[in-house]
Design a protein around this ligand. Structure first.
Ligand code: TLP
Length: 348
């Protein structure tokens, strides 16, 4: 049975060109600063993302955690959106590594009301922890790949920065956001102090993410990456694929957005499914199956039995992620399979 894997864009495999570049990569010991390919990737990435410098890290999670460790002092509080990846999916890393306390704010499609951020920022009081960081996420994963605009980013960031609090952007899929908005990604990163973005999601590289910020911030982050055991040696082998990801794969994310749109159009027609409308749809589609009476877990099992892999994100919701290794025909097949499941398992 042919598998249609819509669990995540992390499942993408490197292209032939990436494998070729990996095989031919010039390498050295990156902990000594002697890996020319890794350095080349970091320089290209800094220019593209609009920050002074970047640091190659093993994963998005490592990039976010190194950022937090670099911005924060022990015992400080971090403000995050309640469904954000850094709060929800990073295994308590903020508490474990940065000894930070988290303060969550419910967002609307990933956007936090600036007034709520202002209220959450701690006054200077003996009883209170110091607010040390505000984290944003764009696109917002659990909000269904929701896009935050540059204006919204500035509104949120300003509240913190005016009070001397730095802002970190989890931009794992920030190129998807820029593409959906039809703007240069630098408009989304300019308002924040640091940003992490991934090479190994829609961009198709096998491994790696980048953390970006000022030269001073990145120098400090480099040491924190070393502390976490993330000092890499002949990293050029994987950085070579990352260079192709940035130079050749950004534009093609449009295809993933198109595929997600087709899937959305198929699914909104079906009884029992609920999908939030989205002004700037990207490559993530979260669909509620609550009205079918089938749990999301069971629905995802039924899908898997027919060769479609998709993860539940709650008891009633399933996430579909489009990426370069799924075709338009597979997306259409997915729509048909979902239709069959509903027809066979509900009263409709
Ligand atoms: N997200 C993964 C899972 O962890 C849920 C996925 O399949 O979407 N920030 C955001 C917004 C992310 O979506 C992810 C990955 C990360 C950070 C972490 O990246 P990795 O997986 O490289 O540590």
């Amino acid at each position: 049975m042919e598998l249609i894997d819509l669990r995540s864009d992390t499942v993408t495999k490197p292209t032939k060109e990436m494998r070729q570049a990996m095989a031919n990569a010039e390498v050295g010991d990156d902990v000594y600063g002697e890996d020319p390919t890794t350095r080349k990737l970091e320089v290209i990435a800094a220019e593209m993302i609009g920050k002074e410098d970047t640091l190659f890290v093993a994963s998005g999670t490592m990039g976010n955690q190194v950022a937090a460790l670099t911005h924060l002092q022990r015992g400080e509080e971090v403000i995050l959106e309640a469904e954000s990846h850094m709060f929800y999916y990073e295994a308590g890393g903020l508490a474990l590594l940065s000894a930070a306390q988290t303060r969550t704010i419910p967002g609307k499609r990933g956007f936090m009301d600036p007034d709520l951020i202002a209220q959450a920022i701690r006054a200077d009081d003996l009883h209170f922890p110091r607010t040390g960081l505000l984290c944003l996420e764009n696109t917002h994963n659990r909000a269904g790949g929701a896009v935050i605009t540059p204006e919204q980013t500035t509104l949120m960031a300003k509240v913190a920065q005016e009070r001397g609090i730095p802002v970190h952007l989890d931009g794992a899929r920030v190129f998807n956001a820029a593409l959906a908005l039809g703007i240069d990604v630098r408009e989304l990163t300019a308002p924040v102090d640091s940003v992490m973005f991934c090479l190994s999601k829609g961009l198709g590289a096998p491994v790696g993410s980048l953390l970006a910020g000022t030269k001073k911030f990145i120098a400090k982050a480099r040491k924190n990456r070393k502390i976490l055991g993330g000092g890499l040696r002949q990293a050029g082998i994987i950085a070579a694929a990352g260079i192709i990801a940035l130079e050749k794969m950004v534009g093609r994310l449009a295809e993933d957005h198109y595929h997600a749109r087709i899937l959305r159009e198929e699914l909104v027609k079906l009884p029992g499914l609920t999908i939030n409308p989205d002004r700037y749809p990207t490559n993530i589609l979260i669909c509620s199956v609550a009205k079918t009476g089938i749990s999301a877990k069971r629905f995802s099992q039924l899908l898997a039995e027919r060769g479609v892999l998709a993860n539940p994100t709650s008891t009633s919701e399933i996430r579909f992620v489009t990426h370069k290794d799924v075709t338009e025909a597979q997306i259409k097949t997915t729509g048909k399979i979902i239709n069959q499941i509903i027809m066979e398992n509900t009263q409709h």
